[in-house]
Design a protein around this ligand. Structure first.
Ligand SMILES: Nc1ncnc2c1ncn2[C@@H]1O[C@H](COP(=O)(O)OP(=O)(O)OP(=O)(O)O)[C@@H](O)[C@H]1O
Length: 229
């Protein structure tokens, strides 16, 4: 068992009566969700529904307009960001730095090294490119490097915005395996997606689905309560 807080211990991510807005627009309200170690929450919804906004609120990058989100590890409340990998749709890499330099930066920033950078690149199916400037890579290669950050450092909670965007089917299958392995080790995943992520094999108990349109104005309450355990 890996010795890291949140992996192997008891962990819970809870969103309670959460509302989110952009500008003056209320995007969703009365949203409740609860996730334990080894579980994934898959967030779907139409373009503009507020999925990325919700993920940013969970990460602590945007304030909720109402309600709260908290992370509990072994009974103590912890800041979400300190225990998360947050992958936005932007890859957050410096184009002029090499693939290795980018991953080294993130590994040093996140701490808790897991795989060596070379190992992580091999897992995501990238070979002999660590010396190349990140900006030279193809769209799918860039995304694979971003996914490699998840493997370079231990972080129990993965917050993923459209993680498979730009990946070919082979890479999607590879990433599904990476996510299932993380869940098997007791990690947690919150993912925004428009396509199936291949987590079905993780088991029905391990995967919850949240349709954001169920939390839009006029359609909240009873269904939302079902998410709070
Ligand atoms: N800074 C901002 N100020 C005002 N409105 C914003 C801002 N950022 C985003 N929005 C609006 O908030 C709404 C929700 O955006 P968000 O990116 O959360 O949607 P989404 O569900 O992730 O969409 P998609 O599936 O297209 O990625 C959109 O209508 C968007 O135009």
């Amino acid at each position: 068992m890996i010795n890291i807080r949140g992996i192997g211990g008891h962990m819970r991510l809870v969103a309670e009566n959460l509302s989110g807005e952009r500008g003056d627009n209320l995007l969703f309200n009365s949203l409740c969700a609860s996730l334990s170690d080894g579980q994934a929450l898959i967030i779907t919804g139409p373009n503009g529904a507020g999925k990325s906004t919700l993920l940013r609120i969970i990460a602590g990058l945007l304030p909720a307009s109402d309600g709260t989100v908290w992370l509990e590890i072994d009974g103590a409340q912890e800041p979400v960001m300190a225990h998360s990998h947050y992958l936005s749709t932007l890859n957050a890499m410096k184009p002029a730095l090499s693939v290795y330099e980018n991953l080294k930066f993130w590994q040093d920033f996140h701490g808790s090294p897991l795989h060596d950078i070379d190992e992580a690149l091999e897992i995501v199916g990238l070979y002999n490119i660590d010396h190349l400037p990140y900006g030279y890579l193809s769209t799918g290669q860039k995304r694979r490097v971003t996914i490699a950050t998840l493997l370079c450092s231990h972080r129990p909670l993965w917050l993923l915005d459209e993680p498979t965007s730009g990946l070919d089917t082979h890479a999607q299958a590879m990433f599904a395996g990476v996510m299932r392995e993380h869940l098997k080790k007791g990690g947690m995943i919150v993912a925004v997606t428009h396509i199936a992520l291949g987590l079905e094999q993780a088991g029905s108990d391990a995967v919850q689905h949240l349709r954001l349109e169920d939390y839009q104005l006029g359609d909240h309450g009873a269904e939302a309560q079902g998410w709070l355990s």
